[in-house]
Design a protein around this ligand. Structure first.
Ligand code: MRU
Length: 357
């Protein structure tokens, strides 16, 4: 079996670009029909972009927030006179970091990236500006390397001739490049293991329909879109052997928060004897959260459910509830793939062995 992966073919999109003096974010609200970057010159603009889903996906929002801190440091220099010490910079940057952290609550990668930026400042001297810049660069480049590693590790679990179903978007658009779950799918296709790829639409924001199948189309990977509600029927017909998803937060007991609908996919997969794989870098693992019940689940504007593509489909006066993540309990998960290795049948003990230090 061909093990090497042609990344030039399978990884063409970059959602986050640092230009040297500003951050450019690919506006994911407008994809696939408009490819347009939004220029962010301030940390506040980055926080707004994260909240508005201009940039989205757990690793990508962490990377964007790290660059937001770099922008905030430049704003400080421009407006507040000379900042003398790293400690003074840390104190002045803290409110901005809190603003970035509050942009979205569920994906732990945001808090993780900001904690790294804080640590970089705490260890810095006069060189704090350079160290912040290098840390943001490192967060992005380590994410890309982790995705390449996870792609290979995850693909090894998949038998030749398999079909897979994915949910939401976990590709280049959601990361520094290549993707997590979509990286495994790319690697599995490149290695000739995966014959059939299905993607759920992912209502209400349509990450699957607007983003995932668009990414795969650019790779020349044949993918079939399904309505989210077709997933159980797809499994029953024997066309998929794995459900492969990303994660926004993985708890100390192996419970996984991910895009709303993931939980029902995990239940349906177990019922139909389909395996369930979660792919996420170790930056998504949160050993400080003991189990899924403790995760804050983001609830967004119910208005997201009232229409499609800006066209209202629901009568006026109707109420809606719009939680955008849910938690798949660890007992429904066959494998968690991280760049550190594969945790099979995750539980508190195996999670502690992999991530407890
Ligand atoms: O609301 P989103 O689009 O940011 O949600 C994204 C997901 O749930 C992804 O599956 C998760 O962040 C992993 S992305 C590699």
């Amino acid at each position: 079996m061909k093990e090497e992966i042609d990344y030039a073919r399978y990884d063409r999109i970059r959602p986050i670009r640092w230009t040297g003096d500003m951050l450019e974010l690919l506006d994911q609200r407008k994809l696939p029909f408009t490819v347009e970057y939004v220029a962010c010159r301030t940390a506040s603009a980055v926080a707004v972009a994260i909240h508005a889903l201009i940039v989205r996906g757990a690793p990508a929002i962490g990377i964007a927030a790290a660059w937001g801190v770099v922008l905030a440091a430049r704003e400080l220099d421009a407006t507040a006179g000379a900042i003398e010490t790293a400690a003074e910079a840390a104190e002045r940057l803290e409110p901005v970091m809190q603003q970035l952290n509050a942009a979205r609550p569920t994906a732990v990668n945001l808090a993780w990236a900001l904690a790294r930026m804080r640590r970089a400042l705490a260890n810095a001297g006069d060189d704090w500006r350079t160290l912040l810049f290098r840390e943001a660069q490192a967060i992005a480049s380590e994410d890309l390397a982790a995705n390449h590693k996870m792609g290979k590790l995850g693909a090894q679990l998949i038998a030749k001739g398999s079909g897979v179903l994915t949910h939401c978007n976990t590709g280049s658009l959601a990361t520094a490049g290549f993707g997590t779950a979509l990286g495994v799918i790319r690697a599995g296709v490149a290695q000739g293991r995966i014959d059939r790829v299905f993607a759920g639409e992912t209502r209400p924001w349509l990450q699957g329909a607007r983003l995932t199948v668009w990414e795969l189309q650019q790779d020349g990977i044949d993918a079939t879109l399904i309505a989210d509600s077709a997933a159980s029927h797809l499994m029953k017909t024997g066309q998929v052997q794995w459900v492969i998803v990303g994660a926004d937060r993985i708890c100390a007991n192996g419970d996984v928060a991910n895009k709303i609908g993931t939980y029902q996919l995990a239940i349906a997969a177990r019922y139909h004897g389909v395996k369930f794989m979660v792919v996420a870098p170790s930056s998504t693992v949160d050993m400080a959260t003991p189990s899924g019940g403790k995760i804050e689940i983001e609830e967004r504007d119910p208005g997201e459910l009232f229409g499609v593509g800006g066209v209202r489909t629901v009568p006026e006066g109707v109420k809606a509830w719009n939680p955008v993540f849910d938690v798949a309990p660890s007992e429904l998960i066959d494998a968690i793939v991280t760049e550190r290795g594969v945790v099979e049948r995750p539980n508190r003990v195996s999670m502690q062995t992999f991530f407890g230090h």
